[in-house]
Design a protein around this ligand. Sequence first.
Ligand code: ADP
Length: 253
Amino acid sequence: VFETTIVYSPKVHHKFEIIVLLYDVTAAVQSKRIERDFVNNASHELRTPITSIAGFADTLLGGAKDDPETLNNFLHIIKSESDKLVQLTDDILTMSRVKNGNSERKEINIYDYVDQQLQMMEGNIKGMNLTIQNNIPRDIAEKVVENDLFQITKNLITNAIRYNKVGGKIAVDYRSHHDGWELIVSDTGVGIPMDQTERVFERFYRVNNAIKGGTGLGLAIVKEAVADMGGSVRIESDMESGTAVFVKFKRQA
Ligand code: ADP
């Protein structure tokens, strides 16, 4: 995409000169479009639970509240739609924090870091009777942007739990490369169809298998956080054996 400016130079030696300046604004136009799409999608996603809450509240006020069973059912729906709103606004705020936050690096022990997160999610892990393996060597330290690593590990482990099968497995692995390192979160869950392993990183994109409760922003946040740390992320998945997410970072001096 080009923007043009035409400059006429004064008449010199009985000739006119026209100078055309072309500016390549492709990146700026694309980034504006992505932002506009995001605002459109976010408004739509926020509107759905708000409309539902307003509708159920109106019906209750219109007289449905006098039936105790209806009252109880509708209040539960209003509560779960409100929870969805909280999750959505949290995720939207996280997106902008990852983008605009502090990118200072700090050396941390990767095993301990992942272990702490696994402990925080113990309730969900037990609920699904999952087996977890933290295969990261205990003495590994890397320089990371802590908020980025937090979002990456939290969202990937959450998905590995959420899209797993009862009694399934989750593993977190570490690989060192000559110029960097890799974190791999794998699960034995329901898998992602092969033609969608890239699309799942798009904001608000969800596969049919998506359970209630997610926002479709988790992997988009992961992608932003990985980019902020100068890394890359890809998914390998199989509907039979499950999903593995590979996050690669360059090691910085
Ligand atoms: P959500 O909040 O819906 O989980 P994400 O951006 O984290 O959003 O993921 C996008 C979609 O990718 C999910 O809705 C789900 O369908 C799919 N997905 C993500 N991680 C996994 C996984 N480990 N196994 C199977 N499907 C997954």
